[in-house]
Each structure stands twice: as C-alpha cells, then as structure tokens.
Design a protein around this ligand. Structure first.
Ligand code: SAH
Length: 363
C-alpha cells in the first residue's frame, strides 16, 4: 500500500469507530457515544467526584491560610504600626432618623421576587454601614394585621404558596420567605447587623404603638411614588418607611393604600427637572435599594440633586423622556432592576472605598 492509500484509509477508519454504551454517572442513564466522548465524560465525573470528596478539606485549608495571613498581618502591625495600619475610616456621624423596611408583603411576591428583596436588604445594610452619615437605625418589620386582601390585593398565582397567617403568633419576621432567606444567609448574620433592629412580631402596626420600654415612635412618613406630596428635607426624629416589596409594578398604590389604612402620611422623592436635570416621570417607581441609596445620598450631601444622581441608575436617566409613560417604563425598569438589585450598580457614595463623599454640609 502506498502512502496515498494509507492517508485515504485512516479517516475512513476513524469514522467507523464503533460507539460504546456507558452509564452516565450524573443521570444514571445508559447513553451511547463515541469512545472519546465516553472517556471524557467519565473523566469529568471522576474529577467532580474527587472535588466533592475533598471539599471540606479544601475549605479547611483555605480557612487555615486566611488565619495565618491574619496572624502575619497582626505581627507586621505590631512590629511597625505606622506602616501597616489600615487607613482610618472617617468617623460616622449618624443621622438621627429611622428607616423602616415594611416587609409585610411577603405573600404578594413570587419566590424570585422574595429572593431579590432579600438580596436588596443586604445591600441596604452595606450602604448604611459604610456611610459617613448612616441612619441611626434600620428596622425590618414583618407581617402585621393589615392583610393584602383587606387592601384589595391578591397574591400571584392566586396564593398557591402556604404562608403563616398574618397577625398571629406564627407570623414572625423570621418565618416568611424573605425572613427565611435572611436566616439562612451567612448563618443568619442579619441578627448581628449593627444599627439594625429586627421587629419580629406585629409588623409595621406594632411600631406605630407606643411601647413601654422604648421612646415614643415620633412622626412617620410612608415613602411611595403614588402621592402628590413631595419630600423636601429629611428630618431627624422622623421614621421613614419603605415598602419592602419587589412587584414589578404589579400592585399599583399598594403602599399608599396601606399607609392610608394605618393613618400614616405619605411622600414621594423629589424626582423632578430641578433635581434630576432632565424630564423624568415624577412618579417613577424605584426599587427598595435605590430609594435607600437616595436617602443616604441626601444625609451625606443635603442635596437632592446629588442624592438622586447617585441613587438613580444611569439607565433610568437615559431612558427618561419628557412625556415618559408611568406604567410602561416603570414596569420595564422594575423587571430589569430585579436582576440588578443585588449589585451595587446604583450605589451611593457610601459604598465606594473612599466613600466618594463630599463632606456633609452643615445643617
Ligand atoms: N407597588 C409598590 C411599589 C414598590 S417599590 C408600591 O405600592 O409602593 C418599593 C418601595 O420603594 C415603595 O413601596 C416605596 O416605599 C419606595 N419607592 C419607590 N419609588 C418611590 C418614589 N418615587 N418615591 C418614594 N418612594 C418610592
């Protein structure tokens, strides 16, 4: 056989290599494939199995490495405190107002929306913690006696989920889905968050009642896009309430109705030409973390323009139009935001390493 013949015969042989039948270790099913593909599949499965088996060991090693690194840093710092001291963070001066996130809408969210909201709570805490003018206290309150049904709203999928009944001993903040997410995240670290109070029972309604062991609740304002009143300044001593819900604008006027039912005044953020620098729908519905970022932006700068520019994602600014239709662009924004919620895209100054802060102006 000449060289040419051999070259012609070789590819033909490869094409006819008989398939093999193996058990796919991931699915347990019998699959037919080429010998090479089968080899690859089995190798990959063996690799994954080994990785899984050594997971704990690897993590322990990683912990040990971090421990050693910390000890090393401590030692270096002890030897030469000047050179290795961490850059001092400016002392935070709390803004003496409270922000309550009203988590009393768990039943109105889909599972994904509840997950998104839980992610936003972590972001919110991070923004407050790193701010030079943090809110003195963040309060997370859960289900109270005002049911969604009494406000005229029905849960998605006609309430196919099972929820702890509202307004009973079981309706603990920790029992519903957002609460459960938070309990499982970092071993329930939210219980140890500074400047955060978890109001376990009674919902927002309980916060309205004077408590024997606490100072009187003071004035409250429920923030909502669905009102004619606009916030002028934030005031110390006041409690600002944000509706803790991701609803992709499904439940219009939900929080305004709840506020009305509870006799709490409402106000919206000053989203207007003067502060945004371009036409934008004044009743723009923002996400919980955007609203909070704007509030902290204000405590830091005392300037709505600066606060809104930091808190509003640039996407919103660019898509805003003179006659921007409320419902259409709000719902499009809301769904896009849901995926971006956990990222500090709309983050205010407080979350950047140097805070990006201009010094808080004197009051
Ligand atoms: N359908 C819900 C929308 C939730 S958006 C509702 O009825 O409010 C999450 C929360 O952010 C709102 O409940 C409100 O507290 C706050 N919020 C959103 N946009 C706002 C705006 N333009 N002004 C003031 N608060 C706003």
């Amino acid at each position: 056989m000449g060289d040419d013949d051999a070259a012609a015969a070789a590819p033909a042989q490869r094409r006819t290599a008989p398939p093999v039948v193996i058990t796919d270790p991931r699915t347990g099913r019998q699959v037919e494939m080429t010998k090479t593909a089968a080899k690859k599949l089995l190798k990959r499965a063996a690799r994954e199995e080994k990785k899984e088996a050594t997971k704990h060991e690897r993590r322990a090693k990683e912990r040990q490495r971090r421990k050693e690194r910390r000890a090393q840093l401590r030692e270096q710092r002890a030897r030469d405190p000047e050179a290795h001291a961490p850059a001092p963070r400016p002392r935070a001066v709390p803004f003496r107002a409270r922000v309550v996130v009203d988590l009393g809408f768990d039943d109105l969210m889909t599972a994904d929306e509840a997950t998104s909201l839980a992610a936003q709570l972590g972001y919110l805490y991070g923004v407050n913690r790193t701010s030079a003018r943090p809110f003195e206290q963040l309060v997370f309150s859960g289900a109270g006696t005002t049911s969604s049904a009494s406000l005229g709203f029905t849960p998605p999928h006609s309430g196919a989920h099972a929820f702890p009944p509202a307004g009973t001993a079981e309706s603990s903040l920790f029992a519903d889905r957002v609460g459960q997410h938070m309990e499982h995240k970092n071993r329930g670290s939210w219980r140890r968050w500074s400047r955060v109070h978890l109001a376990e029972f009674g919902g927002l309604e309980a916060l309205l009642r004077p408590q024997a062991d606490a100072p009187p609740p003071g004035p409250m304002v429920y923030l909502t896009a669905d009102t004619d009143r606009t916030i002028d300044v934030l005031e110390e001593g006041t409690t600002y309430i944000i509706g803790g819900i991701v609803d992709r604008n499904r439940y219009k006027h939900l929080c305004a109705k709840k506020a009305e039912a509870l006799g709490i005044p409402t106000a919206r953020l000053p989203i207007d030409l003067e502060h945004v620098g371009q036409h934008m729908n004044a009743r723009k519905v923002l996400t919980v973390n955007q609203v909070f970022a704007i509030l902290v932006g204000w405590t830091e700068t005392r300037d709505w323009k600066a606060a809104l520019q930091r808190g509003l994602p640039s996407r919103k600014l660019h898509t805003a139009t003179a006659e921007g239709d409320a419902s259409a662009d709000a719902s499009a924004d809301a769904s896009a935001d849901a995926s971006a919620d956990a990222s500090p895209a709309g983050s205010p100054a407080g979350s950047s390493p140097d805070g990006g802060l201009s010094a808080p102006s004197p009051v």
